[in-house]
Structure formats: structure tokens, C-alpha cells
Design a protein around this ligand. Structure first.
Ligand SMILES: Cc1cc2nc3c(=O)[nH]c(=O)nc-3n(C[C@H](O)[C@H](O)[C@H](O)COP(=O)(O)OP(=O)(O)OC[C@H]3O[C@@H](n4cnc5c(N)ncnc54)[C@H](O)[C@@H]3O)c2cc1C
Length: 393
């Protein structure tokens, strides 16, 4: 039998965004293909990558609706009830507590490889979704009637709609001639997991020192996700530190608040580059996930935003199907673009402004930072806005 080459939707990239998007359309009867350059065994058992993903209530709901939550062991789900932002050695903290909302927690935190595995599990056996692995896309083009995608082995596939979910450095975004604004923060984030002798009390901490930022996010049990942001040369030194020296350094920077700390994972470095695509759609083509918006991780919005965008696009496609319209029509894609940009742009710009504020080492910068923390605490609307962002469904 000759393999199928014509589909209704081609999705490039089976990362968490591409997989979730495919799953959200799985009951429509549309024939969908996911093209992924990694091998099948990696999708089925993704390796740890050090990212622990803080999820909003809205993302939790989407993941439950898609069946992904059922595949996440309860021992992998951490809970964030409180969050504190501290400026350097100052004891003053900006405090976000779930108590000011009608929820009893701000969000959950789950390792990225577990989310990726859950997303693969809900898609892998669906009859109308084909997953092609070790399938590297090398060409993509669209016209007013169809899209065409070419794989490295020469195979050509066609569909009336092509979606790229192939990461913030999306090669297919570039191939489609879509430019992106990129901000290189000139820093590297080193992430890892650590166990500790004192409890974290489900509290996340973000401490802004002048030479580095340290975030500690509560995972299940006496374990935390540790996120250190620093300049590239210092990151290399931190990566090369013996594990006990690294643990002692984090323990000291965190004023022993979690007791004795032990490194229990590898350390993973990520250079920090924020990316915002200048268009999310083109003729019969749309960007989803990090390919549309690649966020700085400090505000933990990346995957949350990817899920929101995937849900918006899936809803537009469903509406088009129900009204008997063309799912790849420009108005369908434009609706997605305008709705998603309206949500994503303020978050992207706000996050970048926050990063600048907290990495500015000048005297005015330090004063502004101190003032911002106090204003955040004094003005309830600011806190409520941020807390609502996390907890609303
Ligand atoms: C340190 C760190 C911490 C983070 N913390 C949070 C957090 O707390 N909360 C949050 O919401 N987000 C967080 N994020 C962001 C989150 O990890 C990303 O938003 C999310 O993983 C992006 O998923 P994606 O599917 O869009 O892209 P990716 O995961 O990058 O997947 C893209 C896929 O496309 C495939 N691909 C690429 N090119 C091709 C090609 N040419 N052909 C075929 N396949 C291709 C790749 O192999 C890959 O599988 C964090 C990120 C980092 C770095």
C-alpha cells in the first residue's frame, strides 16, 4: 500500500505544543499528520531536560480536557501556593498568596519530559492522527489553494493547512518568510533539581541578586526546581562546579532556608533569547507554540501561552468546519492571529521589561527595582492582576 501523502492538516514538530494542538482536533475527523525529526523512542520516553513547567489553572484545565493529566503520576505534580519575590539581600518581599483568590493554589509544577510524554500518549493511538518520526522537514511552501511540505528523504506531503510548531528558532517560519523580533538577554539559565532537608511549604522564591537571579520552585515532596540566571562565562563555571560545591553555593545564596541541599539531577544550560514572530499566520500557514512566541522563562508563560494559542486556533478551525467553511481560509487564520497576539504581546513585552528591571545594575535601576516591589505590594490591583493571570480558567 502506498503511504498517505495528502492530509487535512500538516503539523511540523511533535513537541508539547504540536502534540496538544493535534489532540485538540482529534474528534473532528480531520486527517492530521505530525512530522517530527526525533525518533519514536524519544517521543515515547523523552529524556529529562531540567525544565520544570509551572502551569496556570487554565493550562491544567486544557490538559485535563485533552486527557493529558491522566498520564501524569501524582508524585510528579508539585503545587505552588505562595510566591515571593526578593530583591538582593533585602528581607522585603513581594508576596503572591493563593489566599487572595478563591483558589487554594496558584498553579502546579510538572517536569517538561513528563508533559511531553503525556502529550505523546494521548495522541499516539488515535486513528486520524499519523505521527511520522525521523521526518525532518527541509521545505515548506503554500499558495492560495494548498500547502506542500518536503522531508529530508525527498517525501512530499500536501494539505490545505500547514502548522509550524518547531520551536522558537523555527526553521520553517524563516522558510515561509516570516520575520521575528528577537531579544538576546545575554544570559544563560542553568536549571536542575535539588532535594533539601527543610520543607518548601509549597512556596516559590525568586531572588534577584546583582550578579545572578535565583528561582526556587516547589516540586513534589522535599524537592525543588532550581533556576540560576547568569552571564555566559559564569554559567560555564557553574556548570563545571563539582556537585557538592554547587549545592553549597545555592544553599548559601538561599540563606539555608531549605536546610541542606543536594543536587539530584544533571544541570542543563539554556541561553536566554526571547522571540516574537512578526506574523503568526500566512497563506494557509500558522505558527503555534514557541514558534509564534518564545518567552523568557522568568514569568513561566511559554508553554502556558503555547497551549492557549493552540486552543484558540483549534476553536477557530472547529467553527470553520461547523459552518462548512475552508479550515485554511485566511479569515480563520487571521482570527487566531488577532486573538492570540492580543494575549501574547502584553505578556511578552511585560516579561522583557521585568527582566530588564531586574538585571539593571545601575543605581537608578536598583532604586526602581526596590520601588517596584513595594508598589506591587501596596497596590492590590497589580497583585490581583498577576494572581488572576495564574489562577483564572
Ligand atoms: C529553562 C526553561 C524553563 C521553562 N519554564 C516554563 C514554565 O515554568 N512554564 C511554561 O509555561 N513554560 C516554560 N518554559 C517554556 C516551555 O518549555 C516551552 O514553551 C515549550 O517547551 C515549547 O514547546 P513547543 O512544542 O512549542 O516547542 P519545542 O518543545 O521546542 O518542540 C519543537 C519540536 O519540533 C521539532 N522540530 C524542530 N524542527 C523540525 C524540523 N525541521 N522537522 C521536524 N521536526 C522539527 C523538534 O524536534 C521538537 O520536538 C521554560 C523553558 C525553559 C528553557
Amino acid at each position: 500500500m502506498t503511504p498517505q501523502t495528502q492530509f487535512d492538516i500538516i503539523i511540523i514538530g511533535a513537541g508539547p505544543a504540536g502534540l496538544s494542538f493535534a489532540r485538540s482536533l482529534s474528534d473532528t475527523g480531520l486527517q492530521i499528520v505530525l512530522l517530527e525529526r526525533q525518533p519514536e523512542h524519544i517521543l515515547a520516553n523523552p529524556p529529562e531536560d531540567g525544565r520544570d513547567i509551572a502551569l496556570t489553572h487554565s493550562s491544567e484545565k486544557i490538559m485535563r480536557d485533552l486527557g493529558m493529566w491522566d498520564y501524569i503520576p501524582s508524585t510528579e505534580i508539585g503545587t505552588i501556593r505562595d510566591a515571593k519575590v526578593v530583591n538582593g539581600k533585602s528581607p522585603y518581599a513581594l508576596h503572591f498568596a493563593s489566599g487572595i483568590t478563591d483558589r487554594d493554589y496558584l498553579g502546579h509544577i510538572i517536569p517538561n519530559h513528563i508533559i511531553r510524554q503525556a502529550a505523546y500518549n494521548v495522541v499516539k493511538d488515535l486513528p486520524n492522527i499519523t505521527i511520522m518520526t525521523e521526518a525532518e522537514v527541509v521545505g515548506v511552501e503554500t499558495n492560495t489553494t494548498a500547502g506542500k511540505v518536503k522531508l529530508k528523504d525527498g517525501t512530499e506531503l500536501g494539505a490545505p493547512l500547514v502548522i509550524s510548531a518547531d520551536s522558537r528558532f523555527s526553521e520553517t517560519r524563516r522558510k515561509m518568510g516570516i520575520s521575528a523580533s528577537m531579544t538576546d538577554f545575554g544570559r544563560v539559565v542553568v536549571v536542575c533539581e535539588m532535594e533539601h532537608t527543610a520543607p518548601h511549604n509549597d512556596t516559590a522564591f525568586e531572588c534577584f541578586h546583582y550578579d545572578q537571579t535565583l528561582a526556587i520552585l516547589p516540586m513534589f515532596g522535599n524537592k525543588s526546581s532550581v533556576v540560576v540566571t547568569l552571564t555566559a562565562d559564569k554559567a560555564e563555571a557553574v556548570m563545571n562546579m563539582p556537585p557538592e560545591v554547587f549545592a553549597a553555593d545555592i544553599q548559601r545564596r538561599f540563606d539555608q532556608q531549605l536546610g541542606e541541599m543536594t543536587l539530584v539531577s544533571e544541570r542543563f544550560p539554556y541561553p536566554l533569547v526571547g522571540v516574537f514572530a512578526n506574523q503568526f499566520v500566512k497563506t494557509r500557514f500558522a505558527l503555534v507554540g514557541d514558534a509564534a512566541v518564545g518567552m523568557h522563562p522568568v514569568t513561566a508563560h511559554g508553554f502556558n501561552l503555547g497551549l492557549t494559542g493552540a486552543t484558540i486556533l483549534a476553536t477557530e478551525i472547529r467553527d470553520a468546519l461547523e459552518s462548512g467553511s475552508d479550515i485554511g481560509a485566511q479569515w480563520v487564520l487571521k482570527n487566531y492571529e488577532s486573538k492570540h497576539r492580543r494575549i501574547a504581546r502584553p505578556l511578552y513585552l511585560g516579561t522583557n521589561a521585568l527582566v530588564r528591571l531586574y538585571t539593571d545594575t545601575t543605581v537608578p535601576g536598583r532604586l526602581l527595582r526596590r520601588a517596584a516591589l513595594r508598589i506591587g505590594n501596596i497596590l492590590p490591583p497589580v497583585k490581583q492582576m498577576i494572581t488572576r493571570q495564574l489562577t483564572q480558567v
